[in-house]
Design a protein around this ligand. Sequence first.
Ligand code: C5P
Length: 220
Amino acid sequence: APAGDLAGRRIVVTAGGTREPLDPVRFLGNRSSGRQGVAIADAARARGAEVTLIAANLEVDEPAGCDVRHVSSAEELRAAVRAAAPGADVVVMAAAVADYRPAAVSEQKLKKDDSGDGLTLELVRNPDILAELGHEPHEGTVLVGFAAETEPDDERLLEVARAKREAKGCDLLVVNRVGWSEGFGTPDNAVMMIGASGEVVTRVNGDKLSVAHGILDMVV
Ligand code: C5P
């Protein structure tokens, strides 16, 4: 990758997966390891950028040389992004943010004696952080979103991705197929990138660092 092509630029990257608390010991979470987001932070730093990494429950080591802010829930991630995004040249939303959180967080551990044989959880929608940023004026900030889809068919995957890019208002959407054995937690990745007019701008595959550089090439 071209060394130094992000020198003097400030980039904010979210990585990992949020945990939505249920009670003091339990949460609803997802399988995102944070590997792809951390690779993007690493690659951006190697290209000269000043990097803020908003880290949600990473299962991988933190990259060196980044300003790391630790968060856990979607609400915390939102506050950290909103604090760091103004004036950034690039915001990459690679974290898997929970779409829903428990409607109430119990002060005490939930007990099975109180619920018997079945337990129904009530969930409420989390704010969509990327869509918020995308629909606010963000001139001078390249906004990159991710879509992890389980859609097996390529044509359908693209349709879903185009609709998502539009709904989120981001400048670039990185689409990858995930499943029980693809995407989350794995060392390699294969992605498509969709630009603002809905066209596929590029496809990259390889290890997550190569994919990270491919994404940054498009951003540049
Ligand atoms: O809607 P979906 O979860 O598929 O969108 C994924 C993209 O939107 C990712 O870039 C993710 O970081 C972001 N997102 C968000 N806030 C949410 C849900 C997703 O910023 N509540």
